[in-house]
Design a protein around this ligand. Sequence first.
Ligand code: NAG
Ligand code: NAG
Ligand code: NAG
Ligand code: NAG
Ligand code: NAG
Length: 439
Amino acid sequence: MKFQAMELLFGKNTPKQMIPKVTLLAIFAILVFTITPLSYPLFRYSSTMKNIKQIKQQPSSAFDDLNESSSLPSSSIKKCDIFNGEWVANPKAPYYTNETCWAIHEHQNCMKYGRPDSEFLKWKWRPFGCELPVFNPFQFLEIVRGKSMAFVGDSVGRNQMQSMICLLSRVEWPIVVSHRENDYFMVWNYPTYNFTLSSFWTPHLVRSKESDQKGPTSTGLFNLYIDEPDENWITQIEDFDYVILNGGHWFTRSMVFHENQKIVGCHYCLLENVPDLTMYHGYRRAFRTAFKAINNLKNFKGITFLRTFSPSHFENGIWNQGGDCVRRKPFRSNETELEGVGLEFYMIQLEEFKVAEKEGRRRGKKFRLYDVTQATMLRPDGHPSRFGHWPNENVTLYNDCVHWCLPGPIDTWSDFLLDMLKMEGVRSAEERRLHLKTN
Ligand SMILES: *[C@@H]1O[C@H](CO)[C@@H](O)[C@H](O)[C@H]1NC(C)=O
Ligand SMILES: *[C@@H]1O[C@H](CO)[C@@H](O)[C@H](O)[C@H]1NC(C)=O
Ligand SMILES: *[C@@H]1O[C@H](CO)[C@@H](O)[C@H](O)[C@H]1NC(C)=O
Ligand SMILES: *[C@@H]1O[C@H](CO)[C@@H](O)[C@H](O)[C@H]1NC(C)=O
Ligand SMILES: *[C@@H]1O[C@H](CO)[C@@H](O)[C@H](O)[C@H]1NC(C)=O
């Protein structure tokens, strides 16, 4: 059996039900040549989870450094790694439906488009060694009362924000405060809690511009200014309490990298005399630039979360050659492992994060690793596949194995987030206690 992880790009589609009268502009550009489809044997009985475990050892050393600053007694922080675990049955899920939540994006409303099975809804994440409570919207809203949160990145980030709006809807619906260029830039507010939720569309995090809609692979050619953070978000986030960064699939398209106003290389641009530095160069530099820019924001007092790469799950072909995601159950953690493009992207994120976090501590900035990759990799069953549109609709990404059905597995990303926010409470209580002691 072949698992072909073709990382593709996806369009920015606007949900009709959220803002009427916007053009449904699907820019789909998918890269075909640059990535060798990664075949990977499933059910590898021997070296299970080898990669993830190896990687996990590295970032944890990033956190050992925590005692350098002696900000916290390490014993006071729960030792369980909530991001390492297993999906277990949860008959109580889901916590909303497409009938109770209007915030579901059209292309992620899988039940509407006839997805026949519902078992994929009935799981929750159980970390090895502890419990991760299911999202409690009341608790969440209490914690974020008077605060503001920004989702910065691509449409998978928006997918998550919509999931969160649905989960919170048991308590309250947000009102739209403003939107610009349809829903790529949204501001919502939860009136009772004065909680502000925003999304900033920036698929590359750095300034980018499509220079050619076709390019070598008919998927567009982008100029990436890899040393310039995208002004669309960096100029906007200074007052936010929480900033959740993400990025991934867009970096597989053809790109020309600019640095210091000069072309320094590219990713599959096929231009003469321009060295091919691969997509990984662009990916690394985008995160490095984004993190640096945050570290340089004088008045930013918030917490930056890196929401790590969300793997796609095309099998038996690439996205436009019959590849699909037809599984109906999660993988067990011993059945598969992260490899290829996903692994590379994830490693790059961890490496850049570690550097940024260290520098951040010097500057009084907080960075947190919001490490959804492992849990998400185990959910090949959670994508829309062909149930993101009517069968006769002409859409480029016919089988969507990138985004996530709502309700669906990314609801769990909110479980993680709430747990992390609670840990922030523990941390600051400890910090206050230490402060009192030393005074
Ligand atoms: C994975 O673990 C489960 C339970 O621990 C076991 O039943 C199963 O056989 C294992 N599968 C593989 C592929 O090792
Ligand atoms: C941090 O503290 C732990 C436990 O107190 C210790 O094992 C570890 O070596 C320390 N790390 C550093 C970098 O000091
Ligand atoms: C919700 O899904 C059902 C199928 O389960 C479908 O009949 C209905 O039209 C959908 N409703 C909305 C508002 O999407
Ligand atoms: C709502 O929260 C914002 C910060 O997000 C704050 O500036 C504003 O004063 C608050 N408004 C009220 C009415 O509390
Ligand atoms: C589908 O859309 C593409 C691009 O818009 C177009 O080239 C193609 O002819 C369309 N196919 C059908 C069957 O309408």
